[in-house]
Ligand binder design. Structure first.
Ligand SMILES: [Zn+2]
Length: 92
């Protein structure tokens, strides 16, 4: 499995709850869109078993890598981001 599929949605969720992104929509449809784009941009990190998965998680959690990941997430949200008015899934 590609561990980004587990990591990215969590980080996108955290980013969208931050004060920076109050103008961007964080509904499931938009979140899914950001996540898909990020999974395309990130080179896959495959783990064959639980142990490898844990090891990769540790690597991802290193500060420098988290910074890179966060930077990429912010960039993607700004690029792909829709305001609430533009959301394809307007909850009106
Ligand atoms: Zn939305």
């Amino acid at each position: 499995m590609n561990i980004w599929e587990e990591v990215v949605p969590v980080f996108v969720g955290i980013a969208l709850h931050g004060s920076q992104f109050q103008t961007f929509c964080g509904c499931p449809v938009c979140k899914e869109r950001f996540t898909k784009q990020l999974l395309q941009d990130l080179p896959p990190l495959y783990a064959r078993d639980e142990r490898e998965r844990d090891r990769l998680f540790e690597l991802v959690k290193e500060e420098r890598r988290l910074e890179i990941l966060n930077h990429l997430i912010l960039k993607t949200i700004y690029k792909e981001g829709s305001s609430f008015q533009e959301c394809p899934d307007r909850h009106t």
